[in-house]
Design a protein around this ligand. Structure first.
Ligand SMILES: Nc1ncnc2c1ncn2[C@@H]1O[C@H](COP(=O)(O)OP(=O)(O)OP(=O)(O)O)[C@@H](O)[C@H]1O
Ligand SMILES: [Mg+2]
Length: 394
């Protein structure tokens, strides 16, 4: 296959990758910058998995800006039809043409002896109506068929059905799409492909194998602070550093939805707009709705706030419980439960800062006790992408 890789602005090394992404407002750590650099050199898609709001989508957007490539996005969702991902025939246009060409079509069948012969004659004209002219390219075909290099973002791939995943397998293996009526469309330039997943289901091993896989977790405190600073929130540095610590404490609580980086940014902006000069439990609880979006979570965080703001605070007994059996406002992990002198969960957060904690055992990796193995997906499933039944009558 002769596909050219011609980055408009190639990255020279990992450091250069990090620097160029930073100029586009994206602050990558070592692992992420290395993965992105390798992606541009090894021509492999990147699969980013991780919780909401840790910068998965933003990476693809910033990569496009940094490399001067157009971003093409396929947003996946449940029940998504592959015609919305690959291509579909533009039925409206076909119909319009047949209306306009009514007379001409009439001439073709004019002297046909019977209906059978008329149908045969029309069928011979199939290729006119099933040609590039009537093809509506959807994001995957658009990326493959692009004359200029692109970044292809396949966002939230875990929401797509397994059938669509099989279509992606074919595409990522060959970087080509076959359209029975037209032929095979091969990528003219190699797209940088970024897939993201929020882990709502396991992705197939086959898909993971084709990608450089990276688990993006919440950043450590220093990097999160750097990100907040880069967003010009207007909040003083010292307060932003305290805020990051408090948000990290909130993440350690057992919440339905932990606050993400974007929520820390929103909170910092909110506090700056209010002209807050000191982070007290009171001021934080009145603005808590910016970061906590579920009623149950709100109660838990309210209870925990005094201790998160001041680990030495004496909390009156009536404020101590949060109504679900633990009776204290810190982390629910066994480690923190036994560590009375670590009530604000700092040791636990520090442990979370260790790189690579998700590497072993994550999703049933070597030595892990991960969840079910995803069923093998045969590539032949992808042939569903091109059923002849898709042809519509003229
Ligand atoms: N490393 C980073 N550098 C700069 N901004 C970041 C970084 N990580 C996250 N952000 C900011 O956090 C916000 C959320 O990022 P993004 O939408 O990419 O998250 P996501 O992981 O795709 O979340 P979801 O799973 O909900 O789609 C964005 O505003 C983004 O700018
Ligand atoms: Mg996203």
């Amino acid at each position: 296959m002769s596909i050219t890789t011609e980055p408009i602005q190639g990255f020279t090394d990992v450091e250069d990758t990090r620097a160029q992404l930073a100029t586009c407002g994206y602050l990558a750590d070592d692992r992420l910058a290395t993965t992105v650099f390798l992606q541009t050199r090894l021509e492999k898609p990147v699969l980013l998995e991780g919780p909401a709001g840790v910068g998965k989508t933003q990476l693809a957007e910033s990569l496009a800006v940094a490399t001067g490539r157009r971003l093409i996005r396929l947003q996946c969702y449940e029940g998504q039809d592959e015609t919305k991902a690959l291509y579909e025939w533009d039925y409206g246009k076909q119909l319009l043409y047949t209306q306009i060409l009514r007379e001409k079509i009439g001439q073709v069948v004019e002297d046909a002896a019977d209906l059978n012969e008329a149908v045969e004659r029309i069928a011979k004209q199939d290729s006119v109506f099933f040609s590039q002219r009537f093809l509506a390219a959807r994001p995957l075909l658009e990326a493959i068929d692009s004359d200029t290099p692109v970044v292809l973002l396949i966002d939230e791939v875990d929401r797509a059905d397994e059938a669509l995943e099989a279509v992606l397998l074919e595409l990522l293996a060959e970087f080509q799409i076959s359209i029975p009526e037209v032929g095979t469309v091969t990528a003219k330039t190699m797209p940088y492909v970024v897939l993201t997943s929020n882990n709502t289901r396991d992705l197939s091993a086959a898909l993971k194998r084709r990608c450089l896989h990276l688990f993006l977790d919440y950043p450590d405190a220093a990097r999160e602070l750097e990100i907040i600073r880069s967003k010009d929130t207007g909040l003083a540095d010292s307060l932003a550093a305290r805020l990051v610590d408090i948000v990290r404490g909130i993440r350690d609580l057992e919440l339905r939805k932990a606050p993400s980086i974007s929520e820390t940014v929103d909170w910092a902006r909110t506090l700056a707009v209010l002209g807050v000069e000191e982070l007290t439990a009171d001021v934080l609880s009145t603005t808590l709705n910016v970061v906590v979006k579920y009623e149950r979570d709100l109660k838990r965080v309210m209870d925990a706030l005094p201790r998160l703001v001041d680990p030495n605070a004496e909390v009156p007994d009536h404020l101590h419980g949060h109504g679900h059996g633990h009776g204290h406002g810190h982390s629910h992990s066994p480690a923190a439960d036994t560590a009375d002198d670590d009530r604000d969960g700092r040791a636990e957060r520090k442990a979370k800062d260790q790189p690579g904690r998700h590497n072993a055992g994550y999703y049933g990796g070597a030595g892990g006790t991960g969840p079910r193995t995803a069923p093998a997906v045969s590539t032949s499933q992808g042939s569903r992408a091109f059923p002849s039944a898709r042809k519509r009558p003229l």
